[in-house]
Design a protein around this ligand. Structure first.
Ligand SMILES: Cc1cc2nc3c(=O)[nH]c(=O)nc-3n(C[C@H](O)[C@H](O)[C@H](O)COP(=O)(O)O)c2cc1C
Length: 114
């Protein structure tokens, strides 16, 4: 069964152009994949925590040397990585802020790097 990961990262809601574009994409995708499923991740309205010292120590530790506290620090990263691995397709709405991606989307990318 095809699976789509739908990500929005604009802090704006009804006035967001990128949200409108991803919503249009998902509507079209659902029409052409009637048996498909969609996971939604809203980084803009539900920001992820930024990187902490604890997260960095956990991410750089050898997997078999991670303490329970380190595993806890990486729990959200595990969820995010699973969402990526389960997806056949990904659509992401990413506003252009100061010649780059918003800090919230950058935090998302970093959280995937475990
Ligand atoms: C803080 C901020 C910085 C921005 N920086 C840029 C920029 O460097 N270049 C650009 O073309 N547009 C820039 N924009 C315009 C946004 O890309 C534009 O408003 C876009 O529609 C935002 O996405 P959204 O409508 O989904 O919120 C910026 C907007 C904001 C709020």
């Amino acid at each position: 069964m095809p699976h789509l990961l739908h990500i929005d990262s604009s802090p704006r809601n009804d006035r967001s152009h990128t949200r409108r574009l991803t919503a249009d994409f998902v509507r079209t995708w659902r029409e052409s994949h009637p048996n498909g499923t969609v996971t939604y991740r809203d980084i803009g309205r539900n920001p992820l925590p930024h990187v902490t010292e604890e997260w960095i120590a956990a991410a750089f530790a050898q997997p078999d040397e991670r303490s329970q506290a380190m595993l806890d620090a990486l729990q959200l990263s595990d969820v995010l990585v699973d969402e990526i691995l389960e997806a056949d397709s990904i659509v992401a709405g990413i506003p252009f802020y100061n010649f780059g991606m918003p800090s919230g989307f950058k935090a998302y990318i970093i959280k995937l790097c475990v």
